[in-house]
Design a binder for this molecule. Structure first.
Ligand code: DGY
Length: 321
């Protein structure tokens, strides 16, 4: 019987995913779900053929350069790959894969929850009930922004963006989008394409961010671009914190330029800018866009499908480099 490939699994994964790893690989599990330091990760990778990380492990160029020669692939349990320096991996001949498609529905669900929660002031209402400060009902009490029939701008019309558009159509929203390239008419499904982000922004009662975090999208939503949104707009981010400039967003939320924001992702998670916590007009969640049982199983299986292919000498479905 041939020797099983050795896989360093950096975080605790769903039971069914770990069972498949146990069956097919010589897996090094992290049963305590401890967040490894870079030094620990490099040390634990000694003799491993592959690493199965999450977005919580920062595989920078410096870390990748220190990985043992045995490591031939990094199969990430994530669609995002901003935590992996692809150039450094490529330079070392390490194959890198991600898990697209399988988390699009779950992420669009959270984007819709944030959009509704931000518009209808869910955080403030929830707090009032929990803290016992709910007073009388009044016609002018806790007025929010109606979602039905409004214009939704989608920044990044990939898989998640397209599902978000579909869900938003259920609220009769008018869909506008900006994407590097225009979608075919059938996928556009009536959405209005804007060739430049600066053309899209003034059309957005709501803006939902669904593009990847890359050097090009870093702080894409800065003060100047937030300024192009209509007064009282609502910004939703389920992609990555790095796409938004915290200073600019916080200033717009404080000044009333933006009515509210719905955020599932932040710069420097989990140690986010403390100013966010003091703002009542944000509906915040702790990076749980893909956190459903079904999706986390599917992400694990997709990462393992990629690993299986690599180990068998086949082309993995989701090869990044
Ligand atoms: C992803 O898959 O990129 C999600 O953000 C969870 O890591």
């Amino acid at each position: 019987m041939s020797k099983k490939a050795v896989v360093l699994v950096t975080r605790k994964l769903p039971v069914a995913v770990e069972a498949r790893l146990e069956r097919d690989y010589d897996a090094r599990f992290n049963s305590e779900d401890k967040l490894y330091t870079s030094d620990e990760l490099v040390r634990l990778a000694a003799g491993a053929d592959a690493i199965l990380p999450c977005h919580t492990e920062k595989l920078t160029a410096e870390v990748i350069e220190r990985l043992p020669d045995s490591v031939r692939s990094i199969c990430s349990f994530s669609v995002g790959f901003d935590h992996i320096d692809l150039n450094a991996a490529k330079a070392r001949g390490i194959t890198v894969t991600n898990t697209p498609d399988v988390l699009s529905d779950a992420t669009a669900e959270i984007a819709m929850l944030l959009l509704l929660g931000a518009a209808r002031r869910a955080y403030e209402g929830e707090q009032e009930i929990r803290l016992g400060s709910w007073g009388d009902w009044s016609p002018t009490y806790r007025l929010g922004v109606q979602v039905t029939g409004k214009r939704l701008g989608i920044l990044g019309m990939g898989r998640v963006g397209q599902i978000m558009a579909k869900r938003a159509r259920g609220f009769d929203m008018e869909i506008h989008y900006y994407n590097r390239s225009r979608l075919p008419t059938d996928l556009e499904a009536g959405a209005v394409y804007h060739e430049h982000l600066e053309q899209l922004l003034p059309q957005c009662d709501f803006l939902s961010i669904h593009c990847p975090a890359t050097p090009e999208t870093h702080h894409l939503m800065n003060a100047e671009r937030i300024g192009l949104l209509p007064d009282g707009a609502i910004l939703v981010n389920t992609a990555r914190g790095a796409i938004v400039d915290d200073d600019a967003l916080i200033a717009a939320l404080c000044s009333g330029k933006l009515f509210a924001a719905g955020l599932d992702v932040f710069n420097n998670e989990p140690n986010i800018d403390p100013r966010y916590k003091a703002l009542e007009n944000i509906f915040m969640l702790p990076h749980i866009g893909s956190a459903t049982r079904e999706t986390r199983d599917a992400m694990g299986f997709r990462a393992l499908d990629n690993l299986d292919a690599i180990v068998c000498g086949d082309a993995p479905l989701d090869r990044l480099v």
